[in-house]
Structure formats: C-alpha cells, structure tokens
Unconditional design. Structure first.
Length: 140
C-alpha cells in the first residue's frame, strides 16, 4: 500500500474525525476564554483610575483620622503606663536596695574576717624580718 493510500485511509476514519473535532472544540473554547479575559482586562483598565482614586481617598481619610486621634491616644497610653512604670521602678529600687544591703553586709563581714586572719600572719612576718635584721647586724 502506498503512502497516499494509507493517508487517505487514516483521514477518512472515524477516530481521525473525532480527534480533529476535539482539537477544533478546544481551540474554540480557548478563543472564547481569551476574548472573555481580554474584555475583563479592558473593563478593569477603564475602572482602575476611578477605583484607585477612591482607595487613595479612603486611605487618606483614615490616615488623617489616625493623625488627629494619635496625640490623645498617646496621652492615654502614657497615662495608663505611668503608674505601672512607677510601680515597677519602685519595686526594682526596693529590690536593689535589699541586694546592696545584703552584699555590703556580707562584704563587711568578709572584710572583718579577712583582716582578723591576716593580722597575726602580718605580725609574724614583721617580727621575723626584725629579728633577721637584728641578727645580721649583730654578726657584722
């Protein structure tokens, strides 16, 4: 069988027509979808400047409202926070005072203990030095 005969046989078969019909249907739907998307894009492009102005106006109004209310809200927050901060500051100062008192008391006690234990050793060293010098002078 020649190639032209085989091609004619394939092109006249039902599966070939079904495949061709499916391809044509897909192209038709793709064109319709593309047309719909293009129409929507054009509509959005036309409406966009007005919507942007509306959004900008809304944002500007909200920003102005926030800017007007901010000083009063800040004062309110500061007034609410001041007693808490003062109480925290007082608590920390009290705690610090206790720590310093405890540490300085311990340090004073340690200093006393160190000085008491160090005095006899220092006295013994100074006595040894004096007697050692006295012996050296006596020998000369």
């Amino acid at each position: 069988m020649t190639i032209t005969t085989q091609a004619k046989k394939i092109t006249e078969s039902k599966p070939f027509y079904a495949l061709t019909g499916a391809g044509d249907f897909a192209v038709e739907k793709a064109r319709a979808y593309a047309s719909t998307v293009q129409d929507k894009a054009e509509t959005v492009a036309r409406e966009l400047p007005e919507k942007a102005k509306g959004y900008a106006s809304t944002v500007q109004d909200k920003a102005e409202t926030v800017a007007r209310e901010l000083p009063e809200k800040a004062k309110g927050y500061a007034a609410d926070a001041a007693p808490r901060v003062t109480r925290l500051y007082d608590d920390l100062a009290s705690r610090g005072r206790k720590v310093v008192s405890r540490v300085s008391g311990e340090a004073a006690l340690e200093l006393t203990e160190v000085s008491e234990t160090a005095e006899p050793a220092i006295a013994a060293k100074s006595t040894t030095k004096r007697t050692g010098r006295a012996r050296a002078t006596a020998r000369s």
